[in-house]
Design a protein around this ligand. Structure first.
Ligand code: MSP
Length: 528
């Protein structure tokens, strides 16, 4: 039976249009999902939108429309963009779905009903707490909101001390459990330095999680099943999407979870800003409360952020990059390629159109595009497009590692399995660079002048066609349409997997197609 692979992304807030950060994350998970499909695994990719919360309620009020109508409009934009960017997912998670709301309520009820010896819920309790409240923003403020002078800035308007009753989820008593878990399963957080950050945060953990908001303050949320005066705090609602939309999950105690267990645990792809505390602290403890074992706590791949000139993108600064416009301008594949190649997975990077154009022109148009063009042109010029199969790549084995299929694919696998997507991509393109150097060294145009070297010329041409087929397979998770384009030009049809990335699949007498420029250079705007 094929292995199952379950991958998720963060669900995006629908209080604004999708931006480049959202696009990066969805494409990153899509690329990893496609790699696993290429390996022959069954893949379940879950992504979607986070539609509840204060910001949505406020934005909808400003526009004078119902929150549901407001989020529906924005949700459409996300769906259309993922379609445009070729993000292929198995299921769409929208937190206003009836099934999700039902699951969240069932989970809360379950936690509420699980009593300790004194008859109190083991997981939840109700208590009154006081804090500073911004009347204008309708929210409680923490020390994080204080300015350098220790005061709350004018953006908060009038700030008053208020007391409020709410429901809390016990976190602190699970701190030691979480610390031991992080030690015993180091693979839980990638990259490593983020695990260190999480461990430090868990060591300092104090206080429990407020999981409710009084309806008088926030109406746009999921009502608590045991107290209709309250709605669920947005994180307790949003995190649950990973199981409420998973295949076969049922929150009832003792339910049959065999289908769910065939997929779980998931790989969660998230940004660095939502590791602590949401995914690194709340979520594992929530799962523990639901009876998940230590081995079933999911793995987190934490990616960095795209900045602009070293600073954060923000609506206030007006420097938010619109992925939809970029895809229209440069094409979806160019954008996918840039987003995967110009950032070290896990680290931050700077976004610029200039870098996008440079990477596309040098790596795809020049390196790979030229290789495709020269190889097919020579096959036509010297052999009428018909290849002669050579049994062994002797010419190549004597040259560099970057030309050896086995070495390349082994490295590519280990990089992809470690989620180092940019490196795997680089490995595939290094093979193209090596092929271009191979052409320059072998000088097929000279070889063609010597009839006694006919075998050699055949071997060169076969090698190049095989290499192109090989590169197309390796690049297919990142630029699926371009990979298909290379296959078409090579005259190869049908589906392929990573197992096909080995020497000798093109049969003797295979006829290659006509070369058409696949990656036309992107012209820079005048004056740049
Ligand atoms: N709704 C929550 C997540 C709930 S998951 C159960 C949320 N939404 S968000 O819209 O603010 O962010 C969605 C994802 O986009 C997060 O993983 C976040 O890190 C990522 N990004 C937001 N801005 C980003 C960049 N500038 N660069 C890269 N990714 C960024 O958080």
């Amino acid at each position: 039976m094929a292995d199952n692979f379950f991958i998720t992304t963060a669900i995006d807030y629908t209080n604004g249009a999708p931006h480049i950060g959202h696009a990066y994350e969805k494409v990153l998970a899509d690329v990893i999902a496609r790699y696993h499909r290429l390996k022959g695994e069954s893949v379940f990719y879950l992504t979607g939108v986070d539609q509840h919360g204060q910001k949505v309620q406020q934005s909808a009020e400003k526009q004078g429309i119902e929150p549901q109508k407001f989020v529906d409009g924005l949700t459409e934009k996300f769906v259309a963009l993922w379609d445009k960017l070729d993000v292929r997912y198995e299921r769409w998670a929208a937190t206003t779905d009836a099934s999700h709301k039902q699951c969240v309520r069932a989970i809360l009820q379950r936690l509420w009903d699980e009593k300790d010896a004194t008859g109190q819920s083991r997981w939840l309790y109700k208590t009154k707490q006081g804090g500073w409240y911004s009347v204008r923003q309708e929210q409680f403020l923490t020390d994080k909101e204080r300015g350098e002078d220790g005061e709350f800035g004018p953006e908060w308007g009038e700030v008053e001390f208020r007391e409020e009753e709410n429901y809390y989820f016990r976190l602190t008593e699970h701190r030691d459990w979480l610390l031991v878990l992080l030690e015993s399963r180091p693979e839980l957080v990638t990259p490593d330095f983020r695990r260190g950050e999480l461990r430090n945060a868990v060591e300092k953990l104090s206080g429990d999680l407020c999981i409710s908001r009084p309806k008088s303050r926030l109406a746009w949320g999921i009502e608590l099943p045991f107290d209709p005066e309250f709605v669920t705090f947005v994180w307790f609602d949003a995190l649950v999407n990973y199981i409420s939309f998973a295949p076969g999950y049922d929150p009832a105690p003792g339910a049959d979870l065999s289908e769910f267990n065939a997929w779980w645990p998931a790989l969660h792809v998230i940004g660095k800003d939502i590791l602590i505390p949401a995914h690194g602290v709340y979520w594992p403890i929530m799962l523990k409360a639901l009876g998940f074992s230590d081995a079933d706590i999911p793995i987190l791949l934490v990616h960095g952020w795209w900045n602009i000139g070293g600073t954060k993108m923000s609506k206030t600064l007006g420097n938010v990059v619109d992925p939809d416009a970029l895809a229209d301008k440069y094409g979806a594949e160019a954008l996918r390629y840039y987003l995967m190649s110009d950032i070290t997975t896990g680290r931050d990077a700077d976004f610029s159109d200039d870098r996008l154009i440079t990477r596309f022109n040098s790596d795809l148009a020049k390196n790979l595009g030229n290789l495709l063009n020269r190889s097919l042109n020579m096959a036509h010029k010297y052999r009428g497009g018909v290849l002669k199969k050579t049994t062994a790549p002797e010419l190549l084995l004597t040259t560099r590692d970057a030309l050896n299929f086995e070495t390349v694919v082994e490295l590519y696998r280990s990089q992809f399995d470690g989620c180092a997507v940019n490196l795997a991509l680089e490995t595939a393109l290094l093979h193209a660079t090596a092929c271009n150097q191979f052409i320059d060294l072998q000088k097929p145009w000279t070889v063609a002048k010597h009839p006694d070297l006919a075998d050699r010329l055949d071997a060169i041409l076969y090698q190049l066609a095989e290499s192109l087929r090989f590169i197309a397979i390796l690049l297919s998770p990142i630029v699926p349409k371009a990979a298909r384009g290379i296959f078409d030009q090579l005259g190869v049809t049908g589906e392929f997997g990573l197992g096909d990335a080995k020497w000798g699949a093109l049969p003797d007498g295979h006829r290659v197609g006509t070369p058409v420029p696949l990656f036309p250079q992107i012209e820079r705007p005048e004056g740049e």
